[in-house]
Design a protein around this ligand. Structure first.
Ligand code: PEP
Length: 262
């Protein structure tokens, strides 16, 4: 099965509207259309609307970095998935920044996954262990708990819309500069996640699910993750803010797809 590779750029809390517009302009100049690759941009909430007008929607999709699980109400400062429905195709849910800095719990992630599906937005659920959990050999337990809770109320029909990103916290630039996971670590964890999905929804669903790797991926090492048989794409943070680096990652994905076809 030759799935589309999914390349997601998480701009985090970077770039003003103007800077974002410049980056989009550059990306549109440099990234070609590849039918076997889906390129998704996750700018700040403020930027989604202005960027949506400039974006070539045949080449790029938009993604929210988070949203609140209630559709509407007196929740000052929040934006709901319902409000984002017309703007984005994807939403990152349970990013480690949210879990660590904003106290997001397993249950909150589960509720956000439901809200996302309810509003026709495809969730990209982030899971991954901390350095401490890794040292204590708790990676599997953490992944098991995060995956099973996030998918708790997801039906067999809706499982097709779910993307999971394995992002070990110890390899994310915000927590640990210059540390990356070895491809075999990424492969092992992603294989374990797929096994969890298979136990819950069967082999077919598990095979079809797109599972990404994220953690300081750049244009030089993207290939080493993307060529792993179980990795269906990458979630890119810091390197997605630089059009040359991000383009390099998309090019690496295209090269792999071309080689797979030949
Ligand atoms: C992220 O925060 O989702 C991420 C993958 O960041 P970075 O690539 O900067 O480690």
């Amino acid at each position: 099965m030759n799935k589309q590779l999914l390349i997601v750029g998480n701009w985090k809390m970077h770039l003003t509207v103007h800077q974002s517009s410049l980056l989009v302009h550059r990306l549109q100049q440099h990234i070609k259309t590849h039918r076997d690759i889906e390129v998704v941009l996750a700018p700040s909430m403020l930027v989604l609307q202005p960027i949506s007008v400039e974006l070539d929607k045949r080449r790029f999709k938009l993604c929210a970095q988070d949203a609140y699980f209630k559709d509407e109400g007196g929740y000052t400062g929040e934006v709901s998935f319902a409000m984002l429905g017309d703007l984005v195709q994807y939403a990152i849910i349970g990013h480690s920044s949210r879990r660590l800095f904003f106290g997001e719990t397993l249950d909150t992630v589960r509720d956000k996954v439901q809200a996302s599906i309810r509003n026709d937005i495809m969730p990209i659920i982030c899971v991954g262990e901390t350095q401490q959990e890794r040292d204590a050999h708790e990676t599997r337990q953490v992944l098991h708990d995060q995956v099973t809770t996030a998918l708790m109320n997801v039906t067999s029909k809706d499982i097709e819309k779910i993307v999971i990103a394995y992002e070990p916290l110890w390899a994310i630039s915000a927590f640990n500069k210059n540390v990356t996971a070895k491809p075999e670590d990424a492969q092992k964890a992603i294989s374990f996640i797929r096994q969890q999905v298979s136990e819950l929804y069967g082999d077919r669903a598990a095979k079809h699910m797109r599972i990404l790797y994220g953690g300081s991926v750049n244009e030089h090492d993207a290939r080493s993750y993307l060529e792993l048989p179980e990795v269906d794409g990458v979630l890119v943070g810091a390197a997605s803010l630089n059009y040359l680096q991000f383009t390099g990652i998309v090019d690496a994905a295209h090269q792999i797809q071309t080689e797979r076809k030949s």
